[in-house]
Design a protein around this ligand. Structure first.
Ligand code: SDX
Length: 393
């Protein structure tokens, strides 16, 4: 009524806030995918089944699941020419830079023949992205360590294939640890979709112009890279290493509360959850399972993280602001134990979130009311004024 246009960053003029895919109740720490609680999916389902659910709205029958998995598996290999793109990057480039570049480059291989108004062609593009992003991710790691690329295999499941492409070397047979594969599959489930987060909104806004899905997903990857979003899992490990010992926790808690100090408790807080992030609880439990399976009896970073959580959740600053651990707080501890460098943590987030991005992109394109996203602004600049010649300035 004061003439100001209040703009909710989550809303775009495409009405993209209307979605049937994921529901979050931030006050009560509830996360549902097509109505199913994330805790039940993490416990009883697997990532391929959750991908089907997110894309099609229902859990698959045994045949539907088998056909879907076959379709994804048989599209995991990349066009051989794509391998050359990696050579254009420095070896020490951040793997997320390669992800943005190589996923975007898929447009050059699959875009021309793609008609996004055709549901079947959208489905094919969606499957290609879900199938090829893990291969691109594993190759980004191989390129960074100077090891040869490992081709996907059709006799392995999604998580096993990814682990083998990442860690196998030609010199010896790679055996996948089933507990690690299960934990990775669970981590993929927990990161698959999350309503209108920054990177999903980016994909929707990019897609609302009719841009091809490969370029839209590359835009989503770029948004996810930020430390306030998907980059937080990498930042949590750096923070824990910086704290170093539980005796130093009070010093960092004090810094996190100091408005003049840019330091924030990474992995804490959320734009929507004002209660415990349900995904963080599942991941914390998996930490112990994976460390046990790997024979890691004592992980100082996990002990430090749990002590940091305990202290923070008894501090009025965090309690008053309802700042709880989010999905990124514990995930890095598992990923580090499995052998991933911290630079790959956000890449893994992108591998998982690709299905959420393509599901939300499809939902937007299928919306008959869908229009190009064109958020308005609150103008706070100069009133109209006349040009001043340079000799009079
Ligand atoms: C993800 O949106 C999604 O769904 C994202 C995601 C997904 O699955 O896609 O869930 C994944 O991005 C999880 C978030 C990962 N990011 C981090 O862990 C980075 C650390 N967290 C913060 O930067 C922060 O909590 C954000 C970015 C997540 C939210 O920032 P906001 O919107 O500013 O938080 P807020 O409005 O709830 O803040 C309320 C207050 C503010 O202080 P006051 O102005 O009230 O004094 O809490 C403070 C904030 O300064 N605050 C923190 C804090 N997070 C918020 N203070 C210290 N440490 C923090 N982590």
């Amino acid at each position: 009524d004061d003439g100001y246009f209040t703009y909710d960053p989550g809303f775009t003029s495409t009405g993209s806030c209307q979605s049937k895919i994921t529901y979050i109740d931030g006050e009560n720490g509830v996360l549902l995918h097509r109505g199913y609680p994330i805790e039940e999916l993490a416990e009883h389902s697997d990532f391929m089944e959750v991908c089907y659910l997110l894309l099609h709205g229902e859990l698959p029958t045994a045949k539907e699941k088998k056909d879907f998995e076959h379709n994804i598996t048989y599209h995991t290999m990349l066009h051989e020419q794509i391998h050359a793109i990696y050579r254009g990057f420095r070896r020490d480039a951040h793997p997320m830079a390669l992800m943005v570049g190589v996923v975007g480059a898929l447009s050059a291989f699959y875009h021309d023949s793609l008609d996004i108004s055709d549901a079947r062609q959208r489905e094919i593009a969606s499957h290609r992205l879900i199938a090829k992003v893990p291969t691109i991710a594993a190759m980004a790691y191989k390129y960074s360590v100077g090891q040869p690329f490992v081709y996907p295999r059709n006799d392995l499941g999604f998580a096993e294939n990814f682990l083998r492409m990442t860690f196998a070397v030609p010199a010896e047979e790679y055996k996948v640890n089933p507990v690690v594969a299960k934990a990775m599959d669970k981590i993929f489930i927990l990161h698959a979709d999350h309503e209108q987060n920054a990177s999903t909104s980016t994909v929707r806004v990019a897609g609302s112009s009719g841009a091809n899905p490969f370029a839209c997903i590359a835009a989503g990857i770029a948004s996810l890279w930020g430390p306030a979003h998907g980059g937080a899992n990498e930042a949590v490990l750096a923070m824990l290493r910086q704290i170093g010992h539980k005796d130093r926790i009070p010093e960092f808690i004090k810094r996190a509360k100091d408005k003049d100090d840019p330091f924030r408790l990474m992995g804490f807080g959320h734009r929507v959850y004002k209660n415990y992030d349900p995904r963080a609880a599942v991941i914390r439990k998996s930490c112990h399972e994976v460390l046990d399976a790997l024979g890691i009896r004592d992980e100082p970073l996990l002990d430090l993280a749990m002590e940091l959580e305990r202290i923070a959740l008894h501090d009025e600053y965090f309690v008053e602001r309802k700042l709880f651990p989010n999905v990124d707080f514990y995930s890095g501890i598992i990923l580090q134990a499995v052998g991933f460098p911290t630079s790959m943590f956000t890449v893994l987030f992108a591998v998982a979130r690709t299905v959420g991005w393509v599901a939300q992109w499809n939902e937007m394109i299928e919306d008959p009311e869908q229009r190009i996203s064109r958020p308005r602004q609150l103008y706070t600049g100069h009133d109209k004024r006349s040009y001043t010649p340079i000799n009079k300035r």
